[in-house]
Ligand binder design. Sequence first.
Ligand code: FAD
Length: 748
Amino acid sequence: MGVNRIDRCGPQNSSDYFTVQYQKQTINSFESLIRIQDFVHQHAALARCQPQTHWRMWKEGYINLERRWDRVFPVCCSMANRQMRLMNEARARASFDPRELTSIIFGGPEAVKACEAAFTRIEQVLRTSDLDKLPDTYGDLDRTGQFLDGLHFGKAMVAEKLKHGHSVFEPITPRYWLANASPFGLHVVMFIPALKLLAAPEQLAYWLPLAESYKIIGAYCQTELGHGSFIRGLQTTATFDPPNDEFIIHSPTTSSTKYWPAGLGYSASHAIVMACLIIENRNHGVHPFIVQLRSLEDYTPLPGIELGDIGLKAGYNSVDNGYAVFTHVRIPRKHLLARHAQVAPDGTYTADSSRPKLVYGTMLFARGQLVANGYLQLAQAATIALRYSVVREQGTLPFTSIPEVAELPLLAFRAQQQRLLTLMSRAFALMFAARSAGSAYAALPDQGHTEYRSLELAHATLAGLKAYATQTVADGVEDARKCCGGHGYLAMSGLPDLVATTTVLATLEGENCVMYQQTARFLVKCVHGGADIDATVAYLQDSADPELLRPAVDILDSGEQLRIFRHRAMRLVKEYAQAFSASQTRDGLNPAQAWNTHMMGFISAAHAHVEYTVLQSFVEAVHQLDTGPTRLVLQRLCGLFALGCIDGPHGLGFFDDGHLRATHLRRAHVAVGELLDNLVPDAVALTDAWNFSDASLASALGCWDGNVYERMMRWTRQVPLNAAVAKTGNVFRPGFEEFIRPILKGKL
Ligand SMILES: Cc1cc2nc3c(=O)[nH]c(=O)nc-3n(C[C@H](O)[C@H](O)[C@H](O)COP(=O)(O)OP(=O)(O)OC[C@H]3O[C@@H](n4cnc5c(N)ncnc54)[C@H](O)[C@@H]3O)c2cc1C
């Protein structure tokens, strides 16, 4: 039998928890799972467990499942249909142990365990682990329903954090969306970091404990109807009133209405409001003020403050992005966050010289969070599409007839392999790049104004990486959706949600075109920079290095690839820096005109620089691993990533100065084919390595077990429209009586 014992280990008299232990050598194959099926089934029936579908606890031949029983039961009971067998066979072809890679992704076995435990707990609270049930979010949720859903998971995230003291759900939601999707997400991602960056010590001592214990809930209130990217254009005013020792927060125009801040509609009690500081008719520029929005007793808006939700969006409807109109709202003087600028009772204004940059440090921190977590959604989309491509069989290759050969799984087609495994390679590339950039923003909230130089570097690094990462993620998620054909367009595939929640990342926390330009400005400065230029950009001064200009030899070698990427970045940055100068000296343009003339070039140059650093991080991360199958699979992904960039939409920059030639491209095509041949057997194991729970994927196409068609039909029958109509003789009465019958009867 192979099963030693099954014990309850949950709350007394509860059938929810079990410890299941199997003998070491017997649980190492699919067959051994099938053998224990009857035993497991019998015990499940005795315990009256609901059969639900989830299994991801296959470890070292010994399993100690201190987890919900429902994760074990169904796979054992029903691992019978063709799709599940295909999935199982594909999984068995892996050349490496996915748990080893999981450990690399999440930072060690203990971190993996803690993360799994957090997900298990929160999925129980949210009741999302029953995969026989159509996820609520794919039912009939209107704007209000979606917001309530957001409040539900937002509250669970807060409770999990406060009770278990971890940060798993600070940057992401239980679906791996960015925390911006929770009504309380920006409280952690922007409000608290803004306090840490902008409040004076005594202010921090007062506000931080309130915020960290959720006695207040904060929003970050910057964007207005009329201005987002151009922060100096904000119009909300904070006028100092010395006799009363107060500021008066006011929205002087319609376009100054605060519009977009997450949680501002109905969730936040307080906000950090970015407003122009006016003292005796002099505008000192945009400053941060802490403003109480609602009564902490009954949550009514305070006098002079109009608040509301901005309505349905393309995504993120779980959060109440809101608007605020301030009409002469008075706040105490000490509510100006005064770490970098102060107003004395007599109206004397003092500020650090670096204040203008530091004020926007909060956005830097938020960008860092976005870079550090955005790739997870790309990995989710690749997981769904790869798993689906393993079990969906459709058609054959040209020149074969159906009786001759069985239909092929989608992943047998080269195009599908290349598209999806390239997406997988990009998810890893972004992950390693995020890690390398991590140190740039991790320390930000605690930095003082003395670190201005490192702030400038962090700003330039994160701006470009934010743009690169978010575009890669959004494009990739959309391609994964397309790779799933019609079913990928169904909400229940999980992909439309991923598309909606990632497409916006190009816009929020700094629009991507604007971000690339900020990096470009820094790079241009570095070309002419002094001796203390940072190591990450020092190559821009290497013009005399003949090594950089040497024609490419073996583009399959990672060292050579790095050189090629560096060459492209250096050439583009210098070329546009020179063009920028020439437009001024030769053509008489002023700097703004010259910049505008070459804007697209600067964006390409910044993109090339970021892509070089991303590849650099990937190559370095692979080199640091011990030799073995896991390193080999990552090395192949790294190669696929690099060659995919050369052959991608931005690849022209490698060729247009003749550094790479058509022969290189042909060589790259052959090499990509070889890499794919080696990677396809590892496709499912790569998806497993990310360790996404089925509930977090919420996808009928992408579950671990491969049971796609049965799950799709089970969920489809539960679609509220179908469930309701089933009760009325399977006729949609209102539709039939009012619209269909008149047509049929000619009574229009
Ligand atoms: C889901 C979501 C959540 C948000 N949450 C918050 C929040 O919590 N708090 C908050 O304060 N705000 C929030 N925002 C607002 C967000 O920060 C802004 O929308 C964002 O910064 C983009 O600014 P914008 O809307 O002014 O775009 P615009 O600047 O108007 O951009 C429009 C177009 O103009 C181009 N453009 C603009 N300037 C330049 C330039 N200098 N050079 C070249 N091209 C340019 C852009 O590339 C873009 O193509 C949120 C927005 C969204 C969508």
